[in-house]
Design a protein around this ligand. Structure first.
Ligand code: NAD
Ligand code: ZN
Ligand code: ZN
Length: 385
């Protein structure tokens, strides 16, 4: 089959690779009909997460069940499914506690209680490096889906691929940020990062009762998208003092909620790049620091942007003095897929309007390049095998 294979940073190719096959009785094989490139894929593409051997990438995908293992009871050949991006068994302590991203079964080689360091990760993710389980991903014609009775959801009748594809990651991740914010209604929610995840967060904020939504980014075309598809007020980094602007919009206090939907690959100054080398750090927490400054005292900072290592300039004193709450992590997508599909079906939520590029899988390398370099006003690339 054809698949998008990561070789080394900035080097991804569409190649012939062996078809996946059923390896465990609980596996299914899915023939992919649509898949997308995510900001998380860029962390591998840009070398922020190490991957030595070639690997098929992709954790946002959907398709038709081609084959099922003998213990799969909920799916049959021909079912049309979406598959949440974390790989979780559904039966272990953490899966039972609705924490599928901490599944104890799916990532036996690198799972551990410590977290953060190289040898101690959480649950496996599709197509997301050996550290995250080493499973091939869905930017391919076929993909092996472990624990097929737990992750995949059948697509409700009458919905197109583009309507439901983002229920695999983008929408559940935005949903998670707002879930963590525990909105009561009427809050001002500022979202740092107007990529797919930021846009989904804004949409979920409105859905869950926010009173005001502010999008922050460096790229004007992404702010435009935030105004168009998420009805956000927008602030452009480097053009205005974002923190001061948010305070002046909120009686000098700051936003009730500031979401970090950027992560470690925020733009770095030359000084920060030098400090990275000096301190053995990867990327920057500059977006998180903005969020800490722009949030009001007693406010919440949900962090869905990805961070990989320790950072020694973490503003703990400010966090303490302002009495903030922070939640962070991979989104427990399994928990939110069903309500999200229902909202899509009922017309309360959509994310297909974030798509800017539709390409055949064969052009995936071009998709990575324009998404990474923010060329052609790229916000979200959907690939069809
Ligand atoms: P993206 O790269 O398209 O979006 C990031 C946006 O942040 C860009 O528009 C960029 O211009 C902007 N940005 C850069 N520096 C900024 C700053 N200092 N302040 C404000 N904006 C800034 O990626 P995406 O697909 O939207 O993903 C965003 C983040 O979410 C990534 O780190 C990704 O890995 C992560 N993610 C996390 C989960 C999860 O489960 N927690 C799931 C999916 C994606
Ligand atoms: Zn993703
Ligand atoms: Zn589990």
């Amino acid at each position: 089959m054809k698949a998008l294979v990561f070789h080394k940073p900035s080097d991804v190719r569409v190649e012939d690779v062996p078809d996946p096959r059923i390896e465990e009785p609980t596996d299914a094989i899915v023939r992919v009909t649509a898949t997308a490139i995510c900001g998380s894929d860029l962390h591998i593409y840009n070398g922020f997460f190490p991957q030595v051997r070639p690997m098929v990438l992709g954790h946002e995908f959907m398709g038709i069940v081609e084959e099922t293992g003998p213990l799969v009871t909920k799916l049959r050949k021909g079912d049309r499914v979406i598959v949440p991006f974390p790989i979780a068994c559904g039966r272990c302590f953490f899966c039972q506690a609705e924490l599928p991203v901490h599944c104890e079964q799916s990532n036996p080689k690198h799972y551990g209680p410590e977290g953060g360091v190289i040898e101690s990760k959480g649950a496996a993710l599709f197509g997301y490096t050996d550290l995250y389980g080493g499973y091939d991903g869905g930017q391919a014609e076929l993909v092996r889906v472990p624990y097929a009775d737990f992750g995949p959801r059948k697509v409700p009748e009458g919905l197109t691929d583009e309507q439901v594809l983002f229920a695999t990651d983008v929408l559940p991740t935005g949903w998670t940020a707002i879930e963590w914010a525990e909105l009561k209604g009427g809050e001002t929610v500022a979202v740092f990062g107007c990529g797919p995840i930021g846009l989904a967060t804004m949409k979920c904020a409105w859905l869950r009762g926010a009173g005001r939504v502010i999008g922050v980014d460096r790229e004007e075309y992404r702010l435009k998208k935030a105004r168009e598809v998420a009805r956000a007020e927008t602030l452009q980094l480097d053009k205005v003092d974002v923190v001061e602007a948010i305070r002046s919009m909120t009686h000098g206090r700051g936003a009730d909620v500031c979401v970090d939907a950027v992560g470690m690959e925020a733009h770095r100054t030359v000084l920060e790049k030098a400090a990275n080398v000096l301190h053995g750090q990867v990327g920057t927490i500059s977006a998180l620091k903005l969020a800490f400054s722009a949030v009001r005292r007693g406010g919440v900072v949900p962090v869905v942007g990805v961070y990989g290592v320790s950072y020694d300039n973490f503003p703990l004193g400010q966090f303490f003095d302002k009495g903030l709450r922070m939640r962070a992590g991979q989104a427990p997508a399994h928990n939110f897929v069903d309500p999200i599909l229902k909202h899509i079906q009922e017309g309360h939520l959509r994310a297909d309007d974030i798509i800017t590029h539709r390409l055949p899988l064969s052009r995936a390398p071009h998709g990575y390049e324009i998404f990474n370099k923010k060329l052609e006003d790229c916000v979200k690339v959907v690939l069809t095998p």
